[in-house]
Structure formats: C-alpha cells, structure tokens
Design a protein around this ligand. Structure first.
Ligand SMILES: [Zn+2]
Length: 164
C-alpha cells in the first residue's frame, strides 16, 4: 500500500455505511487479520458495500429484529473484500466476487448465538423476499454462514445450500 492509499483507507474504514454497519467490518478476516489489514480501500468499495447493506443486510436485520425482539440481533460479517492472497488462503474461487468487493459472508446472531433456525430464515428471506437484490446466495450449512453477492454479469438469483 502506498502512503496515499493508506491515508485514504484509514479514512474510509471509519465510514458508516448504513444504520447497522461500518466500512471496517467489511475488511476483516478472523483467520488472517494481518492480511486483511493490508487490503487498500477506495470509494468504490464504500459504494458497493453500502449497496449490499441497504438492499440486503439492513432488510435482513429488520426481519430478524421483528421476529426476535426483544432479543438483541446482530449481523456479524465474516468476510467482505479480499485480496488475491487472502482469497487463495481461504480457499475462495478464482473469480470470487469477494475480490471485487461484491460479496459478503455473514452470520446472524440472535442473543449473541448462532442458530440453524436464524440461518434458514435469513436464507429463505433473501431468496424469496429480495430476489432482485442478489447475484449468488448460498447457505454453508455445516460451517454456519451465508454468502451473498450483488448481481454480476451472468450471475443473478442463483440460490443454493452447501450441505458438505
Ligand atoms: Zn463468500
């Protein structure tokens, strides 16, 4: 990262994207935090993740909050923007939409806990109620997270469950 990129990135990390999400949540890795920290951000990353927040993640938050209130609802972002190196280490696909800041892996937490019920409700809600918002949507059943992307050329409304 050049000093200019670093300066811009530091500034953009502090941007609030929507009522429940900050830009910094989308440049993260639990397994390789030091690699995530080296990923530069620019204004197009803010635009794309803000679009994901307003068209997908905020509606999901609203739905869950309505269902589970007064239990606290939190959407935990596991992976947003990736570098090629981070994507390779995570076993991501070669042309993963994470590389273009167009995909997010997340898990809904109800009362700070992960549950298959909330994952299924989230998956079904996006698939049935937000069909125009996503390109690809899958539910990693065993690993307990949801991957969702913006529509992209050749990718629209593809939803499936990964059982293995
Ligand atoms: Zn993903």
């Amino acid at each position: 990262m050049t000093p200019q990129q670093k300066q811009l990135t530091d500034k953009l990390l502090k941007v609030r994207l929507s009522p429940h999400f900050m830009m910094r949540e989308f440049r993260t890795s639990t397994l390789y935090p030091e690699l995530a920290e080296r990923i530069p951000l620019d204004e197009t990353d803010v635009l794309k993740f803000r679009l994901i927040c307003y068209t997908i993640l905020e509606p999901v938050w609203e739905m869950l909050n309505e269902k589970y209130r007064p239990k606290p609802v939190k959407i935990r972002i596991l992976s947003g923007k990736r570098s090629y190196r981070l994507n390779a280490l995570l076993g991501g696909r070669k042309r993963s939409l994470h590389l273009r800041s167009m995909a997010v892996d997340f898990v809904p937490l109800i009362d700070y806990l992960v549950s298959d019920e909330a994952l299924e409700q989230t998956f079904e809600f996006i698939k049935l109620r937000l069909p125009y918002a996503f390109g690809e949507l899958y539910w990693q059943y065993r690993r307990q997270f949801i991957h969702v992307s913006l529509p992209a050329p050749g990718k629209w409304r593809e939803a499936w469950v990964v059982k293995e």
